[in-house]
Structures are given as C-alpha cells and as structure tokens.
Design a protein around this ligand. Structure first.
Ligand code: ZN
Length: 201
C-alpha cells in the first residue's frame, strides 16, 4: 500500500496501529499494510469499527493471503471476529489494485490474487472464478449488491452450521436507493457483519 494511505491509517487509528514502526522481533506490523491500495476502504472501515468497539485492540499484521485480506490483532471477541471475517470476505470481491469488482484469479503456481478484469490482462496463466449470484437473483439487485448480500447470507449460514450461532432470518430490501438489511436471531456476529456491509452500499 502506498505510503500516503499507510500514514493516513496510522494517523486516524493511532492505538490500533501503535506497532506500525515497532521492533520486527516482536511485531509484523513493522512491514506496514502488505496489500494493494484497492483494499484501503475496507481496512479504513474495519479500523474505524474496531477502534470504536474497543480502544485496546491493536493490529499485529495486515496482509494479503490467498487472495484476501488477513488481519491479525490482539483483543479479540465475538464482535471483532465478525468484523474481521466480514472484511476478509469483502476484500475477496474487490480488486486489490483499484477496488473495483474483482474476479479471483488462480495462477497455476498456486498463488492466489484478486484483480478486476482490467488488472488481470497482463497475466497469461489464469483461471477465473466468478461469484455465482443466482441464489439471490430473486431480489432483483445489480451484481455488486447481489454479491454483498450473498456474502452476508453465506457468512451467517456458515456461522450457524459450524459455530453454533442461532439461526438468523435476514430481511433484505431496497428503499430510497439504499440497501436495507434487518435481521432476527443470530448474535453479535450477525449484527457486526450487517454493520460492516451497510458501509459498502
Ligand atoms: Zn482493478
């Protein structure tokens, strides 16, 4: 990530990134934000929500891994887990270079990267995996909103199935040009990922 954006994050969230220039022996945060500029908005919103929730939370490593944002930190709870997991899902949809809608690209070497069409044209050995939004086609939304909603639904379903979260019923509508998501059931995690998605309409 370019230094202006790196500086901006450190200025806005000094406690969260208190180890940005720390000793490499004790923190990997000293290497900065090891990802492209396209993910800046995701990191910015994630940082804001984490800092507001608990001023004691601090990051130990922020990097791309397997085509998505990986955020390592201290001070976790259910709410922060939800935020970080949701930010990771969102990043996997956004081009790491420019932030446009992405297609995950798999190189034959096994190295994953996340790019839009424009930023994949220089690669030759590639396979694309497009997000299948047909499951939420009934909502009549465009591709980007459909992808957001799909990730939200899948995240909730996954938590219910694997982490014992109470089943969640989501109500998703469009009102006055805005995506409105309300829910019943679930837990802090549902509330968290809903809050994060609301920022990316
Ligand atoms: Zn791009």
């Amino acid at each position: 990530m370019k230094s202006e954006l790196d500086d901006q994050l450190c200025r806005k969230y000094p406690t969260l990134y208190r180890d940005r220039h720390g000793d490499p022996k004790s923190t990997a945060m000293c290497w900065g934000f090891d990802c492209g500029n396209g993910w800046f908005p995701v990191i910015d919103v994630l940082s804001e929500l984490l800092s507001k929730h608990n001023a004691e939370v601090y990051a130990s490593q922020v990097k791309k891994q397997f085509g998505s944002l990986h955020f390592y930190y201290s001070g976790r709870d259910k709410y922060t887990d939800g935020l970080v997991s949701s930010a990771q899902s969102l990043s996997s949809m956004l081009c790491e270079i420019c932030g446009s809608q992405a297609l995950i690209q798999t190189k034959y070497t096994g190295w994953f990267t996340t790019r839009c069409k424009e930023h994949t044209k220089d690669y030759s050995d590639k396979e694309y995996v497009e997000l299948d939004v047909s499951k939420v086609a009934y909502l009549g939304f465009g591709k980007a909103w459909s992808a957001l909603v799909l990730i939200l639904i899948d995240s909730c379903d996954w938590r219910t199935e694997h982490n014992g979260m109470p089943a969640t019923h989501l109500s998703i509508t469009k009102e006055a040009g805005k995506l409105i998501v309300s829910h019943s059931g679930g837990d802090d995690f549902t509330y968290t990922i809903r809050s994060l998605h609301a920022r990316f309409q």
